[in-house]
Design a protein around this ligand. Structure first.
Ligand code: NAD
Length: 376
């Protein structure tokens, strides 16, 4: 089986789908990896390291894609700056694996289906115990949560830890993390490691123990109930009334924070608006909001997707590249995830099996057998 690993051509993304280490672990008589020259450089992996791991290096996209049974990427197929259309190069009948963003790429899915390509969209991996080792959203949310604190700390231009110095004692920074899912918990842990005093909040009361176990104070909400969580473990969308009550609770905590990190998400829904303009006005000048929900509309009503803006003296970071911003570890984690997935879809003879009765394959296969399977 021939597995092609192209170089990513998405702006601000220096990750690669397969590391030399992962290729070496999978190296066998049945599997031949072909890696595009320079594909790993953004993540500090050289062509020589790929060669040493047993991969072939392809000097151009045509020879890379030709004859591939599987193509592995971080992002969906793109039209490169030199005019190369990756989608046209994926061989008919091949399996294409990437984060496809299927909700906004209906045309790409149609073209892949028309060309007889089976494609797996990694974001659709169910968050179940069986799928845990293949969950790239959690891996990249871990990166995003960590980086939210790093960028927030840099923008805050003050120390996070308490310091006792000859020039006096410096009090610790106050950090408030809203939403205690994967990104939020990692943000809490990172801010604690830097020595800040941290508060955490989530509408799911189940998260209280997790927040406290990381050394943060959990902000209690009297309206939080067990039924705010779906069977799948995600939050339910709150009503407009509840959202207003939540804002009333959060306002005082936000006002006294140096850095607020928002990660509140309800899958498939626009981000809940938890910070109003008045709440921003209530913050001290120089305070920072890092809005991880910028991609889906922002948890703060003043967030501008993809931009850092200053409003009423408060810096609001709406960058959407955080998940891609640690390319070495991001690539290493993604490579392991794809390795587990590959083993999941290989039978005992090392042959690829697309079994739509399998709970993982059926969840992530967005095109197969000439059809688009994804439904919004
Ligand atoms: P997650 O589902 O694990 O966590 C989201 C949390 O938000 C859940 O714990 C949920 O209970 C909570 N929540 C939902 N509604 C809420 C409300 N009204 N008030 C308070 N909490 C509420 O998701 P995640 O993987 O941690 O991702 C968090 C966010 O970070 C998402 O918006 C995701 O798209 C974003 N993200 C951004 C980047 C980036 O580069 N900016 C990268 C990765 C993830």
């Amino acid at each position: 089986m021939r597995i092609a690993v192209p170089k990513e051509h998405t702006p601000l993304d220096r990750r690669v789908a397969m590391s030399p280490q992962a290729i070496k672990r999978l190296d066998s008589d049945e599997i031949q990896f072909v890696v595009e020259s320079g594909a790993g450089l953004g993540a500090s992996f050289t062509d020589d390291e790929y060669r040493d791991a047993g991969a072939q290096i392809a000097g151009d996209p045509q020879s890379l894609f030709e004859g591939a049974d599987v193509v592995m990427k971080v992002n969906g197929p793109v039209l490169r700056e030199d005019g190369t259309d990756e989608l046209e190069l994926i061989p008919a009948g091949a399996l294409f694996i990437a984060q496809m963003r299927p909700h906004e790429n209906a045309e790409v899915l149609k073209r892949l289906a028309d060309r007889g390509v089976t494609s797996f969209s990694m974001e659709l991996m169910p968050r179940t115990t069986l799928a845990q080792r293949m969950d790239c959203l959690s891996a990249f949310s871990t990166v995003a949560g960590y980086m939210a604190v790093i960028r927030g700390a840099q923008a805050a231009s003050k120390f996070f830890p308490m310091l006792t110095t000859a020039a006096g004692t410096i009090p610790p920074a106050n950090v408030f993390v809203i939403g205690a899912g994967v990104a939020g918990l990692q943000a809490i842990a990172t801010a604690r490691r830097l020595g800040a005093v941290v508060e955490g909040f989530d509408i799911r009361p189940e998260t209280k123990e997790q927040v406290q176990s990381l050394g943060a104070t959990f902000v209690e909400w009297e309206h939080a109930t067990e039924d705010m969580q779906t069977e799948g473990g995600y939050a339910k969308e709150v009503s407009a009334d509840e959202e207003q009550r939540e804002r009333d609770l959060l306002a005082a905590h936000i006002a006294k924070s140096d850095v607020v990190i928002t990660t509140a998400l309800v899958p498939g829904r626009p981000a809940p608006k938890l910070i109003s303009e008045d709440m921003v006005k209530g913050m001290r000048p120089g305070s920072v909001i890092v809005d991880l929900a910028a991609e889906t509309g922002g948890n703060c009503e003043l967030t501008v997707k993809g931009e850092n803006v200053e409003r009423h003296g408060v810096l609001i970071l709406g960058q959407t590249d955080l998940a891609a911003s640690l390319p070495v570890h991001g690539s290493l984690m993604y490579s392991r995830i794809l390795s587990v997935l590959l083993q999941h879809v290989l039978d005992s003879d090392g042959k690829l099996v697309i079994d739509l009765d399998d709970e993982i394959t059926t969840a992530i296969a967005v095109t197969h057998d000439g059809n688009v399977r994804y439904q919004q």
